[in-house]
Design a protein around this ligand. Structure first.
Ligand code: GDD
Ligand code: GTP
Length: 415
């Protein structure tokens, strides 16, 4: 059997995710209708189920997922409801392990070692919460089974030469053994980068006995380079979709890709009827959508939201209980919890994409402001409980919670 640890971080992290992380921890932000880390949980759970159903016997030792541990320094109660629901949905044990202070990406693995190793799993996945993608969980399982000794497998993907230095850089030999690993190098090392998704043989965790100190213990600097040096670190390269979700701007990109994955694997989650639907659209069953609304492509509409007559929504996320009134138009935007967009208003952002002319380009984690002080052109985000007056235009703006917008705004952060 295997377990999984999801590194969810804590409240000091995810600042680039504001204002969307003001209401709930970034790992719980809904993308394609599902909290970010639920996508990881879902993909982890598919493995065991698939083997149970198709083969009726395990073909490698990692056939069953016995437990998922969320590891972070958020207060535990923020995750209680989510965990209760997921345990029921996925029929797997899920626990939250709270670090008293940030312990680093490996610190929690050390201090909660006994909990992680209880039940004697064969291997443990460790996944950064702030990545998204079509993770090849089964392939990683099969690969670690073919590797002897106390070893660890890391998922890698290709990046551009320029962007690679913002990630862990990985050099492998022809067998996939990592000969050199360095996190965020100052100069170019390799276009192979770490995806922040690992599979560790249990012994690797058992042997982690670095002393806990104030700076934390880090996989990236304290563990991976040493494992590479001793010949115990391997890489599995993937060409499937993978990206980071560091900034609020990354959510529409992630939304589009998760919706596309639904089409391949969980078609039932995608909406087929009701309003006029274009392309991939997720609508929560409790949302009220007027049949004359035109929605899509790449739109997710959360629980209990109300979409009025003649509304047009495209490339956007509508969060729970938001109201989009008659004939309003929402493009490239995120509409916050309980926000109200008035009749004939227009909320529009600017699409952000990885550079389409560069193979393997990733989304840039652009800062909020350009060097000249202007706001980086990006999606429009309405925080929670914002109201937008009828017949106004909100273009390329970030609006903090509880604002009442009575006129049009362009290229602004509205505090
Ligand atoms: N539990 C816990 N405790 N989690 C933490 C802590 C901590 O003290 N600090 C960070 N994390 C979590 C974050 O929430 C995130 O999911 C993950 O650990 C890594 O976050 P960062 O430390 O910000 O690293 P990064 O995302 O810039 O880079 C890492 O991920 C890249 C892939 O996305 C590195 O591993 C890179 O090498 C890698 O390429
Ligand atoms: P598709 O996106 O492929 O459907 O192409 P299209 O040409 O129909 O364009 P789209 O539906 O995106 O509409 C073009 C523009 O018209 C949008 O940017 C909106 O400003 C506006 N628009 C379209 N439909 C509506 C609507 O039902 N209500 C309002 N208020 N504006 C709309």
């Amino acid at each position: 059997s295997f377990k999984a640890v999801v590194l969810v971080g804590g409240p000091q992290k995810g600042t680039r995710f504001r204002p969307l992380s003001l209401q709930l921890p970034k790992p719980l932000f809904p993308i394609a209708g599902v909290p970010l880390i639920e996508h990881h949980i879902d993909q982890l759970c598919q493995v065991g189920r698939l083997f149970e159903i198709l083969l009726q016997k395990p073909i490698f030792q990692l056939s069953g997922l016995s437990e998922i541990l969320l590891l972070g320094f958020f207060p535990t109660d923020l995750f209680t409801e989510f965990i209760d629901r997921c345990q029921k949905t996925y029929r797997v044990s899920i626990k939250y392990l709270e670090e008293p202070n940030p312990l680093g990406t490996a610190g929690g693995l050390v201090s909660f070692k006994n909990t992680i190793l209880s039940g004697d799993p064969d291997a443990v996945f460790v996944i950064n919460a702030d990545v998204c993608g079509d993770l090849p969980i089964e392939d990683m399982g099969a690969k670690i089974d073919s590797i002897s000794g106390s070893s660890m497998l890391m998922l890698t993907t290709e990046a551009t030469r320029q962007q690679s230095i913002n990630f862990g850089s990985v050099v492998t030999d022809s067998n996939g053994k990592v000969v050199h690993y360095v996190d965020k190098p100052t100069t170019f090392v390799s276009t192979n980068i770490s995806c922040g998704v690992y599979l560790m043989k249990t012994e690797v965790i058992r042997q982690l006995d670095l002393p806990l100190n104030g700076d934390g213990i880090w996989l990236e600097t304290d563990v991976l380079p040493q494992l590479a040096a001793s010949g115990n670190l391997y890489a599995l390269h993937t060409t499937r979709w993978w990206s980071q979700t560091k900034t609020a701007a990354a959510v529409l990109y992630a939304n589009r890709h998760y919706l596309r994955l639904y089409k391949k694997r969980y078609a039932a989650r995608l909406c087929k009827n009701g309003a006029q639907i274009i392309g991939d659209v997720f609508i929560d069953p409790s949302a009220k959508v007027h049949p004359t609304a035109k929605i899509g492509p790449n739109v997710s509409i959360g629980p209990n939201s109300v979409i009025g007559k003649g509304v047009r929504i495209k490339e956007s996320i509508i969060l729970p209980e938001a109201v989009i009134e008659e004939n309003a138009c929402v493009l490239q935007s995120v509409i916050g919890w309980r926000s109200v967009v008035g009749v004939w208003a227009r909320i529009e952002g600017i699409p952000l994409e990885p550079n389409p002319n560069l193979p393997f380009a990733k989304m840039d984690n652009k800062p909020l402001f350009l060097p000249d002080g202007r706001l980086t052109p990006s999606l429009t985000i309405l925080g929670s409980d914002v109201s937008v007056a009828p017949e106004t235009i909100i273009l390329n703006c970030v609006v903090l919670p509880y604002k009442e917008l009575t006129c049009s705004y362009k290229n602004q952060i509205i505090l």
